[in-house]
Every structure is written in structure tokens, then in C-alpha cells.
Design a protein around this ligand. Structure first.
Ligand code: CTP
Length: 419
């Protein structure tokens, strides 16, 4: 299984300067909270842990203190604070409160505004307009689908909390279904996304990524060195910005960014079909795929064998359709109802080649990069070329560049972009 998306590309301190209050209520998923705490710290956040008594049955405060490097709070009667008001002090400097795991009991208390332990009291006493509350439920599937829990979840949502959803699968009790707490890396992705500006809310972004594979016979084909990382980073950044995202991916071994719909394809023709089918719903198309320019005119249905003559087989090629140009020159592309963005993988003369490619494809924005310097790497440098001129985005991680590109696209879509 490929490494989780957040581990693949996230070398950045995405939560630098953020102070997170991590609340643990009672549930077996407390064991995941230890890893979550570690990931938050690695991402640059400072973390203050608050635990209920029930949570302490599953995880010791010692472990959470060691991981967060701060004393853990568990009681509203804790006298360590000079004013004896832990429930007030703990949230005043926080950027967010994340309840993970949030038990059925905690969610019920939050829904009713109960405040008989430090965690629920602290949530009630937090300045709600500037300290968001995020909730990662964790419970048995019957508890999760019980109307009382669903009612409480709806209530806390309408009171302004963000419920991050639950995972599906085997549960500690031996049953299978909905209710598992999301994995620590998924919660990290959710939290990082939460803090990103929502500049593409209401937009549908369609992205192509990775190489294509053009079969010669059942065991051989023509492909290229594209890793797909730039396209996956763009899909991830678009999702973080609030867009609905469809990612049409050639054969790559990357995990799917959270919240992104992925369609796997192999050949250029399959990629064109997948994109064409979805283009009408999209408002932005970003073509990062390194599409093979040619494919064998006819793929052999059986393996091509050596015939002993020493002569290699003769292969005939035909040109693949240009997916980007097809969409850019469609009616929606021309009217910019579908805003098309191309990439150019060049080896030299980046500006001149990118300008020429922008004109020949008919796209408003083209992003140039030096192919051999970026294929397979986690970082890149981009040159944005549009009708007004060009702008360099200096070398940075692909995710950081993807976020800048998404901000540029949102700006070009105009003030009404985030619906
Ligand atoms: N592209 C595409 N379909 C193709 C070829 C390219 O959609 N059949 C898209 C790529 O995804 C990229 C842009 O067109 O957004 C430019 O791709 P690139 O490989 O740099 O250029 P080519 O158009 O293939 O031209 P050349 O190889 O001659 O530089």
C-alpha cells in the first residue's frame, strides 16, 4: 500500500504557529491520539492535551505529556493555574480545539451544553467566534447510527462545530461498520485543510496527473518518468481550498489525497475519455499529466517474440489526441466556463517554449517547469505564463507551489469564484 498522502509530500511545517487544544474522551481510539499528537507537533503546532477521566482509562496522561511536552489537564478543580480556571485559560490562546476521540457521550454533552467535567466545560467556555471546534467521533457502529447520536451530531454542527466524519471498517468490538475514528494522518490532513483559505468553494476542479502508458503488447509499453506528484499536490491544494476535485491519474503509486475523487486510467485515450465525460461538470481543468505524444498504431494481443533474425520488430506509431487542447478549444473552454490551465515540461528555453505552448494550446494560463529537474522530486520551480506576462514561483515543495497556483487560479476566476 502506498504511504498516506500526507506522509508522501508533507515535508512542510503546515501548522507552524498554530496552538491546538487536543481533547481526548473515553474510547479505544485514544491509542490513535498519541500518534495524532506526534503528527501535530511534527507539523509545527503546539499542542495542549485535555483528557476526561474515561480517556485516562485508555491512555495515560504521562504518555500524552511526553508527546506534547506540556502538562496534561484533566480536572476542572486542577489548582495548578493561579486563577484556578483551567476551563477558561486553556482555550484563550488556541487556534482550534480538536476532540479526538470524541465519544458518543462527549458529543451528547456538547449538544446539550453540559459542563460537568473539564473537557465539556472548556468547550462550552471557549470563545466560539474565534476558536473553532473540530470533532472526530469514535464509537461502535450501533452507537454511531443511533438516532440520538445522529441528532446530537446534527446539533453540534448547527451550533458551529465541524464534524470530521468517521471511518469504516473493523471495530475493536469485533463488529464492522461506520464509527471508527479517522486515522491520525487523515485528521492531520483535515486540520491542515481547515486552516487553508477557502478560495475555491463551489468550484469543481478536474486534474490530470502522472504519465500515460501506451501498450505495445500485453507485457510491454511506452511510458515516461512522471511521478504524478505535482498533479496530486494540485488536487490536494484545490480540495483544501474548498473545491470538489476529480483527479484522473495515469499509472502512479501515490495514495489519493483525502476528499479527492480519483479515476485511474492507463492510456492517453482512456484519459481523454475520462476527462471528456467529466468536463461538463467542471469549472477548472488543470492538465499536469505527461501524456505520451504517440502510441503504437496497433497493440499486439500476444507477446511479440524474437524471431531469431536479429531484426527488431517494426513498430508504427500514431499521434495521441491532445487532451488539454481538446478541452481548451471546446465551447466551454473558449468561453472560460471551463478555465483551462496547462503545464509545459521543457528541457530548455522555458519562457519562450511556455509562451509558444500557451498560444498553441489556447489556454489562458500555462505553467512551465524544467522536466528533468522535477520528475519524481518532491519540489519544483514554476513559471506562470499568461497574456499579461510571466511570473516565477521559486523552488519550493510541490504542495506549497500547488497552493500558490490554486490562489493564482482563484484570483483569475474573479471575486465571485468562491461561491
Ligand atoms: N497534454 C495533453 N495531451 C497530450 C499532450 C499534452 O493534455 N496529448 C497537456 C499536458 O498535460 C500539459 C500540456 O499539454 O498540460 C503540455 O504538455 P507537454 O508534454 O509539455 O507538451 P506537448 O504538448 O506534448 O508538446 P512537446 O512534447 O512537443 O513539447
Amino acid at each position: 500500500m502506498p504511504a498516506p498522502w500526507s506522509v508522501t509530500l508533507r515535508r512542510m511545517k503546515d501548522l507552524a504557529g498554530k496552538h491546538i487544544v487536543l481533547g481526548l474522551s473515553g474510547g479505544i481510539a485514544c491509542y490513535k491520539a498519541a500518534e495524532l499528537c506526534r503528527l501535530l507537533i511534527k507539523a509545527g503546532a503546539s499542542v495542549q492535551v485535555v483528557m476526561t477521566q474515561a480517556a485516562e482509562q485508555f491512555m495515560t496522561p504521562v504518555t500524552m505529556q511526553a508527546l506534547s511536552q506540556r502538562p496534561v489537564f484533566g480536572s476542572q478543580w486542577d489548582s495548578r493555574a493561579a486563577n484556578n480556571m483551567a476551563h477558561i485559560n486553556l482555550t484563550r490562546e488556541a487556534d482550534a480545539c480538536l476532540m479526538a476521540p470524541a465519544s458518543a457521550d462527549l458529543i451528547a454533552k456538547l449538544a446539550q451544553g453540559q459542563a460537568d467535567d473539564l473537557l465539556s466545560l472548556m468547550c462550552l467556555a471557549r470563545p466560539a467566534e474565534r476558536v473553532p471546534l473540530l470533532i472526530a467521533p469514535a464509537m461502535n457502529r450501533e452507537m454511531w447510527q443511533h438516532p440520538a447520536t445522529q441528532r446530537n451530531v446534527a446539533q453540534v454542527q448547527s451550533d458551529g462545530a465541524r464534524v470530521l466524519g468517521v471511518g469504516h471498517g473493523d471495530q475493536a468490538c469485533g463488529e464492522t461498520g461506520d464509527g471508527r475514528m479517522l486515522e491520525p494522518h487523515e485528521l492531520l490532513d483535515e486540520l491542515i485543510a481547515f486552516f487553508q483559505p477557502k478560495v475555491l468553494t463551489g468550484q469543481h476542479v478536474l486534474v490530470t496527473a502522472g504519465p500515460t502508458y501506451e501498450a505495445i503488447d500485453p507485457v510491454r509499453g511506452i511510458t515516461n518518468l512522471s511521478s504524478g506528484k505535482m498533479g496530486f499536490a494540485i488536487a490536494s491544494a484545490a480540495r483544501e481550498a474548498g473545491a470538489t476535485v476529480t483527479l484522473v491519474a495515469g499509472p502512479v503509486s501515490l495514495s489519493t489525497p483525502r476528499g479527492v475523487q480519483r479515476i485511474n486510467v492507463k492510456s492517453a485515450l482512456e484519459m481523454l475519455a475520462a476527462v471528456t465525460e467529466r468536463a461538463d461538470q467542471a469549472s477548472v481543468f488543470v492538465a499536469t499529466s505527461a501524456v505520451a505524444d504517440w502510441r503504437p498504431a496497433r497493440a499486439s494481443t500476444s507477446k511479440i517474440k524474437k524471431d531469431g533474425s536479429g531484426q527488431p520488430p517494426e513498430l508504427h506509431f500514431v499521434e495521441n489526441p491532445d487532451i488539454l487542447a481538446t478541452l481548451a478549444q471546446s465551447e466551454r473552454g473558449q468561453s472560460r466556463a471551463l478555465y483551462c490551465v496547462g503545464f509545459a515540461a521543457e528541457s530548455h528555453d522555458l519562457l519562450a517554449n511556455a509562451q509558444a505552448k500557451r498560444a498553441s494550446k489556447g489556454v489562458p494560463l500555462l505553467v512551465g517547469n524544467i522536466g528533468p529537474d522535477t520528475f519524481g522530486q518532491d519540489d519544483n520551480a514554476l513559471l506562470l505564463v499568461d497574456e499579461a506576462g510571466s511570473r516565477a514561483l521559486p523552488r519550493d515543495s510541490k504542495l506549497a507551489l500547488a497552493r500558490q497556483l490554486i490562489a493564482e487560479i482563484a484570483q483569475r476566476l474573479g471575486p465571485g469564484a468562491a461561491a
